[in-house]
Each structure stands twice: as C-alpha cells, then as structure tokens.
Design a protein around this ligand. Sequence first.
Ligand code: AMP
Ligand code: MG
Length: 414
Amino acid sequence: MTKVQPTEYATRLTCEEARNTLLKKSKEITSFESVPIRSSLNRILHEDLLCPVNVPNHTNSAMDGYAIQFSNMANTENTPYELKGSAFAGRPFSDSVAGNVTIKIMTGAAMPDGADTVIILEDAEEKNNQVTFKGIAKRGQNVRLAGEDLKAGQVFLKSGRRLTASDIGLIASVGISKVKVRRKIKVAFFSTGDELKSLGQSLNVGEIYDSNRYTLYGLLKDFGAEIQDLGVVKDNPAELEKTLLSASKNNDAVITSGGVSVGEADHIKSVLTSVGEINFWKILMKPGRPLAFGKIGDSSFFGLPGNPVSVMITFMQFVQPALSKISGETRRSPIEITARSSNKIKKIPGRTEFQRGILSFDKNGDAIVSPLNAQGSGILSSMTEANALIHLPAECGTIEVGAIVRVQPFSLQI
Ligand code: AMP
Ligand code: MG
C-alpha cells in the first residue's frame, strides 16, 4: 500500500468550522426510556416537565415565630397579643387569626387563615398567654407564598437538559417519581499504534503504555456514555477494518486515538473509504491538528490524534459537543469565562491555541490565569496540573501581561 501524505487530502478548517460540521453531521438518538428519578441523574431529559402543583403548596412560615394579621393601624411594638395556639410543619392551626390574636408558628407550618406576617421568636416575649413584640413589623415578612418556588402549570425543566442533583430534588418536590430520558449514547473506543503496551506488560525500547484509553474512559464515563473498550489495535489495516466494522455495528460513535497523522492516516482512510465515509481535517489549532471524522453506517467515527494532550483537547472541543448533540443535549459548547493573564503569552495569529493554565482569583475576586511552562502535546501531567484551558482564538497575537483572555475551566470547582 502506498503511503498517502495527509496534506494531499486533508481539508484545512478553523475550529469553528470543524465543530459546526461535526454538529451538522451528527444525528440525534430518538429513543428514550422512562426511569425513576434517581436513575435520571446526569441523563438527558426527553420531555418538558410541567409542574402539577404549586411549590410550596400552602403559604407557610419561613421562620420560627408568631403569626399575626398585619394591620397598618396597630403598632406591634406596644400591643399585647393574645396567644391562641400553635402550628407546626405538617400540623396546621385550624382556626383563623385576626386583630390582636397570634399563634406560635414553626418554620414550614402553614399560615392560618387571616395571618400574613410572622415575627421571629427573638423579637417576641411570651408571658401568661400574652405576647409582646419588639421592633416594627413589615407586612408579609418571614412568609413563603404558595407557588413562589414553582407555579402549577408552568414548565419547570425543559427537554434536552442534563439533569443535576438540584433538578432531581426539584422533580421530587412536585411529586413526580419517573421521567423520560434519552437512551444513553453508546460509544466504543480503541487505541492504535504498534508501540503501545497494556498495563502489566513490560516495555521494550520505543514502547509506551497506552494511556489514551484511560483518559478516554474517564472522559466518556463523566459524559455519561455507555462504553465499550476495545483495547489496542496494531497499525494493521485488516485488524483496523475488522475492529472498526464490529465497533460501528452496536455503537452510536466510535473513537480512536492515533494513526491519523502523516504516514499513518492511509490505514484508516483506506479502511473507511471501503466501509463508510471519511474526512481528514487539518484543524488550524494547537495542539491537536489532525482529526478524522466519518460515518460507518449510522455510527459516527472520530479519529483523534495520538498525543495524550491532543486527545483530551480535541475531545473537549469537538467530540463532546457532537456526543452531546447525538445524546439530545441542548447545551453543547465548553463553558467559557474571561480572566486576566498573569504572564505574557507569545503567539502568532493564524491558528487557535489551547494552553493549559491555572485559574485562580485575586483578593478582589477577579479571575487570573497563569499559563503553565510545559505546553507540549505529549505532556499529560500538564492536564493534571492545570485546572483550565486558555483559549486563544486564531486571530489573536501575543498576549501581554494583564490582558483579558478566554478561559475554559475544567470544572466549576476551582
Ligand atoms: P500518532 O498520532 O499515532 O502518530 O501518535 C502521536 C504520538 O502519540 C506518538 O508519540 C504516540 O506514541 C503517542 N500515542 C499514540 N497513542 C497513544 C496512546 N494510546 N497512549 C499514549 N500515547 C500515545
Ligand atoms: Mg501511531
């Protein structure tokens, strides 16, 4: 087989063009299942959820105190109130409250008819069934109104949302026990390269341990995919073809790492042109330039570069948005904030750069980002040391100290 240099057939694309093309070509999963809400955590909601009730259901007290009917005429400070009873959460007071009558009320207890205001225990003195209050009350203070959290009939969660801990709590708060979620995306992945050894094997000269399969495992697990790890495949067309074909049969997406750079791409190209559709892209970005994208039947194929940092960055920038679309998720782009650069960052306009950086906050709470010294695409420890990517768009040149840059935090906990 003659080796084809990728430059002969690779299309040059900007990051935005690459992401848009991937998104356009990725088809959504339409099937869904109904699951108990605990199992819906981190799944993609497949329906708009309508609120069947008001939350809270009844107007209730936000504090432990005394419930009164507010009157502009009465000066609560000098008026003794007659204590008529009490109300607890789940045990309401059955009578009404008006004039100079009050009841003791606990947090969460339904407000009795007539009462609209709560004076906290600390501002009250109770003696012989008489209560006197300190300070001036405001109408409606310390009261939670029925429906102030959610109103009956409103859509409170939209289809396409990735469900969080607060979401499943919120769903429980309206009394719903099951929801429809999309089927989980199924993703197969494998590493390619004759130099790769699996854990437990010893290394000969020139050999390395296969780490990409572990980072991909982590990225895909975090994403919530159902995964199939197909191990290491040698740089051998017949073996590649067999693995790609079988992987595509049962999966929505197949991800490989390695074998798409100069001198190797022809393997995947020759295999995929015989069984599917393939595009080789030279993306105007650093790191992670070569990327292959194609279709094998209904399955999407992502051929990532082999360098460990490039794998992670191309996954975050391109594969994850595409997997989100396939999964039916509405939010698709990495979260981006701005921060001041603590250092000068040398750059020539022309391609997008993603540098590893450490995001922190100064004493005023302003975001500062410091690029790491080691920015090589093979230095995986830089991804562990960093907590964010500094996104330098193609058109930007050298960044001066203190200039504002775009930053993609790895997590929202810094
Ligand atoms: P390639 O894209 O196949 O030319 O690989 C680029 C670089 O990444 C080479 O130095 C490979 O040895 C390295 N590499 C490829 N696959 C892996 C892997 N699974 N784990 C760690 N390094 C890899
Ligand atoms: Mg290789």
